[in-house]
Design a protein around this ligand. Structure first.
Ligand code: ZN
Ligand code: ZN
Length: 578
């Protein structure tokens, strides 16, 4: 089945490359380009079945591709064909929406080539090979009947032994960090083929014979995963590759993943500078607040220590575990009213955000997050999931509530909901593009949410010295994420230096700092997306303010900016300046 799909897709690609475009008008070319986008996504899903499943497209749920060289060649061929086809669509003849789509498709194809030819993480990151998550999604999904999902689950298991054999063959000199992660995550996911599968089979109407055949297949899958873990455990790591990416690969990955107008080095320098600016502002505020919170205590001589003590004291103002959810729910309509009253941007009243208690499968991740429907499930609600602290130990919930104190909790709601992620999403859905809903630019999306935090405070939201001090602490986190990521991957930053940066200069707790260090050793570039997107949006706004003078209108700027959808900030800027 897999083979025939792939060869069919290559035939189609061949035709698409040789298609001649004779369009004369923008409208005609746009229509052609829309058809091509549909074709592009159809083909993309054939060679990326797991990605398509995660986006809610379930035709290829039963396919598990084996990570062979042949598979890489198919991906490369796809990328090169599409890069050729994209040349048939001259940017100056397309609508703005399609212009940014071209850039994003091109970037994805270049990312495919970069990942196969340069990054080669398949040879050094064993955690890249893990089937458990995709199988768990099939069991937990509610898009089809249990029996249909079990049929896909069963078919997909067929290739598991070959999949892990290929994985072991691909690995040349893995890093110790990714090897440990791979062992933990692969063994951690085994329950999917064990208890979880058994529970699902018990609920199905399958015959015992059919159930047993599936369980036999599952036993082979479990064996393959255990063999892979054993293989990894036995590796000698005589001269292991470093988890540090190095300057050159890092710079390239930054350009492809972030698609920023700044280089990795430029944004690193900006982050260093911003850290000093924030420390200056924070000391001014902490110094002013000191007598209010410590009337009888002598002020420490170290400026960072003054800031820390005032922050710790203010963090004691927080809600209770019982009121955590209702506090968040209460703030959403307040934020909507405020944005209206200050005329910051239009909020569509027909699309209210549905606040709900965090569903069980997300439990344990307290706080708040947005669940947006995927591109194939447009009419579903967007939810604001609010975590519960019930069942948490007294110490854990106290520490959590200090972190998300009365001030930070409001900034979190601005970021996640109004006018942050949720509002951006509503605007993005108004210029629908399958490309942007699948390839949405992370730096633009996170940058917008971080931008709105500062924008809201600048407009006077809950104005107080305490609010600003806590905001700066929150913002310092994104700044230091960038410094950390770049320093770890290109400047040999040690763990000790990293923990110093995060705890002493960014005022984080030890547990948070340890977790961040681990994340920086296992991922690359992603930690920069927040600060990079934010810096670009803020700088662009200031640029327009200067240019337009008295004519500048903040509301118009926000609405126009968001109307381009989740495209990279540099392209939105280009189109808005045109
Ligand atoms: Zn407390
Ligand atoms: Zn965010």
């Amino acid at each position: 089945m897999k083979k025939s799909i792939l060869s069919l897709s290559l035939v189609l690609l061949f035709f698409s490359c040789n298609k001649k475009e004779n369009a004369t008008t923008t409208a005609e070319l746009d229509t052609k380009f829309d058809q091509y986008k549909t074709f592009f996504i159809d083909e993309l899903w054939k060679i990326s079945p797991e990605w398509s499943s995660s986006q809610g497209f379930h035709n290829y749920d039963s396919i598990l591709l084996i990570p062979t060289d042949e598979n890489d060649r198919i991906q490369m061929k796809f990328a090169q064909s599409q890069l050729d086809s994209l040349k048939n669509y001259p940017l100056n003849q397309l609508s703005d929406n399609n212009k940014t789509d071209v850039h994003m498709m091109e970037n994805l194809m270049n990312s495919f080539l970069f990942s196969i030819n340069e990054m080669k993480s398949g040879t050094w990151n064993p955690s890249q090979y893990n089937v458990c998550g995709a199988f768990a999604e099939i069991l937990n999904g509610n898009y089809d009947t249990l029996e249909n999902r079990l049929r896909d689950f069963d078919l997909k298991m067929t290739n598991i032994p070959a999949y892990y054999e290929a994985a072991a063959r691909n690995l040349k000199n893995p890093t110790i960090e990714h090897t440990q992660l791979a062992i933990a995550q692969n063994l951690g996911g085994l329950s999917v083929f064990n208890d979880d599968l058994k529970a699902a089979l018990a609920k199905s109407n399958w015959s015992d014979e059919k159930k047993n055949a599936t369980l036999e297949k599952a036993a082979k899958a479990i064996q393959a995963i255990e063999n892979y873990a054993d293989f990894l455990k036995k590796m000698d790591h005589a001269t292991p590759r470093s988890f540090r990416l190095g300057k050159e690969l890092y710079a390239q990955k930054f350009d492809l993943d972030i698609q920023s107008g700044y280089s990795a080095e430029e944004i690193y320098q900006k982050a260093l500078n911003e850290k000093e600016i924030l420390h200056g502002k924070m000391f001014t505020l902490a110094n002013k607040l000191w007598p209010k919170y410590f009337p009888k205590t002598t002020k420490p001589t170290n400026k960072l220590e003054v800031i820390r003590q005032v922050i710790d004291k203010i963090s004691l103002q927080h809600t209770t575990p019982e009121n955590f959810q209702s506090e968040i729910e209460k703030q959403i309509p307040e934020l909507v009213d405020y944005v209206k009253e200050k005329d910051l941007l239009y909020i569509d009243p027909s699309k209210p955000l549905v606040v709900r208690k965090e569903p069980d499968y997300m439990a344990g991740v307290a706080g708040a997050s947005i669940s947006a429907p995927g591109p194939y499930d447009k009419n579903a609600n967007t939810y604001y999931n609010v975590g519960s602290l019930s069942g948490w130990s007294k110490e854990d919930s106290e520490s959590y509530l200090r972190e998300y104190n009365d001030f930070i909790l409001q900034i979190l709601n601005i970021h996640e909901a109004i006018p942050g992620h949720y509002t951006q999403l509503v605007y993005a859905n108004q210029s629908p593009s399958i490309i942007k809903s699948i390839l949405g630019n992370g730096a633009m999306i996170e940058g917008w949410a971080v931008y709105t935090e500062r924008m809201m405070l600048e407009s006077g939201y809950k104005n107080s010295d305490e609010m600003w001090l806590m905001y700066y602490k929150w913002n310092l986190r994104t700044v230091c994420n960038t410094i950390l990521d770049n320093s770890v991957h290109t400047r040999n930053m040690t763990k000790e230096e990293a923990l110093h940066l995060l705890t002493k200069e960014a005022f984080q707790q030890n547990a948070e700092a340890e977790g961040k260090w681990k994340r920086a050793t296992l991922s690359q570039v992603q930690l920069c997306s927040y600060f990079t997107g934010y810096t670009e949006i803020y700088a662009f706004r200031e640029e327009l303010k200067k240019k337009d003078g008295a004519k500048f209108n903040l509301k118009q700027f926000h609405e126009k900016f968001l109307s381009y959808g989740s495209a990279p900030v540099k392209y939105i800027r280009e189109l808005m300046l045109k």
